[in-house]
Design a protein. Structure first.
Length: 365
């Protein structure tokens, strides 16, 4: 499934540097606003040590990790919702994404120009929030006008939709994002086809200097306080440091660099894993001599849906799934040993796939 996370933020906060670290793409960037016009799209692998553990046991011909698409969207500015700075084009790019990675500048450096003249990540966040909220209000207003007349003449379905749209409109006018609107899941589903920008899940990435990568700084604390009510994840990393790590040739060199900084793993690894969770995704595996592979599914998928990710015929003709829990597979050392130990179980159409399941599907078309 081609799921996308869009990287957003004001100009010169480190978005393109971070994108290059994530995707190894070489976007041309310069130290001024709007250096990125068309969004750069990179396909990145989701780091998962379990895949390597399975491969060590199976020794397959190839290893296939799961992936997410990352979109580097040009820097938004105040007035973007009205078309400022090519704003409409940029906002359209966000609409196509499933989740938002919001990069905030949390470092002081006189050599890197800030579009507003000073470093204030909370203000920057509010600028982006307002532009996205204004665009959502515009979208909602058009839909409200469309259903208003039908609601007034007594169409019950239109009246129901009108009332729900009004809830979102009032919430947005109060400077709040759609994702925090006081509605239930069924009501939220009604606005799903509007693709509201502020209804998308969001993660805040605080881009800091080298001295702040471990414990953060006053800018990071201000961000944490500002987003406390949003139930959003805040990640701290140094984009410039991540670029240095990515430029090193060997795994050993990268590990030595991380150790010198007192870090266990690159910040981008944590970011990718968090983005995966942000999208409410999980992984199951297939393991054979030709290939050990990770497959992406949404939380709550049943066995036939999971099979359909491999091929639609697998879902249409689903008969059963042979399942081994990841820990059981590792403990037993092989599929045959897990079968002999009674750890392989047969599941039908109602089986709810668990993260880490090692699966084999039986189907008939």
């Amino acid at each position: 499934m081609a799921l996308k996370c869009g990287i957003v933020g004001l100009p010169n906060v480190g978005k393109s540097t971070l994108f290059n670290c994530l995707s190894n793409a070489k976007a041309q960037s310069a130290n001024f606003p709007f250096c990125t016009i068309e969004p750069n799209v990179g396909t990145i692998t989701v780091p998962d040590q379990r895949l390597n553990q399975l491969a060590e046991l199976v020794n397959p011909e190839r290893i296939m990790p799961t992936t997410i698409e990352i979109v580097d969207i040009a820097g938004l500015v105040k007035g973007a919702s009205k078309g400022e700075g090519l704003g409409n084009q940029f906002l359209g790019n966000i609409r196509e994404c499933d989740a938002i990675i919001h990069v905030l500048r949390c470092f002081d450096d006189g050599n890197v120009v800030h579009v507003d003249g000073s470093v204030d990540p909370v203000r920057d966040k509010e600028v982006i929030d307002m532009e996205l909220q204004l665009k959502d209000l515009e979208t909602l207003s058009k839909r409200i006008e469309k259903v208003r007349k039908q609601a007034q003449v007594g169409d019950k379905e239109s009246k129901k939709h009108f009332d729900i749209f009004e809830k979102f409109r009032i919430h947005l006018e109060q400077g709040q994002s759609a994702r925090s609107a006081p509605v239930d899941d069924k009501e939220r589903e009604i606005v799903h086809d509007l693709f509201l920008l502020t209804d998308k899940p969001v993660m805040y990435v605080c881009n800091v200097d080298e001295g702040s990568v471990q414990s953060g700084n006053q800018h990071v604390e201000a961000v944490r306080e500002a987003v406390a009510a949003e139930d959003a994840e805040v990640i701290v990393l140094g984009a410039a440091i991540e670029a240095d790590i990515a430029s090193l040739d060997t795994y050993e060199e990268r590990q030595m660099f991380l150790e010198d900084l007192g870090l266990e793993e690159p910040g981008v690894s944590k970011l990718i894993q968090s983005a995966y969770k942000l999208l409410k995704l999980q992984t199951y595996f297939t393991a054979g001599e030709k290939e050990v592979r990770a497959w992406t599914i949404e939380e709550g998928y049943k066995a036939p849906q999971a099979a359909g990710v491999i091929h639609t015929d697998f879902e249409k003709g689903f008969i059963r799934a042979e399942v081994i829990g990841f820990d059981d597979y590792i403990e037993c050392g092989s599929e045959s040993a897990a079968r002999d130990a009674g750890k392989l179980h047969i599941e039908g159409k109602e089986y709810l796939v668990k993260d880490g399941d090692v699966m084999h599907f039986r189907f008939n078309v």
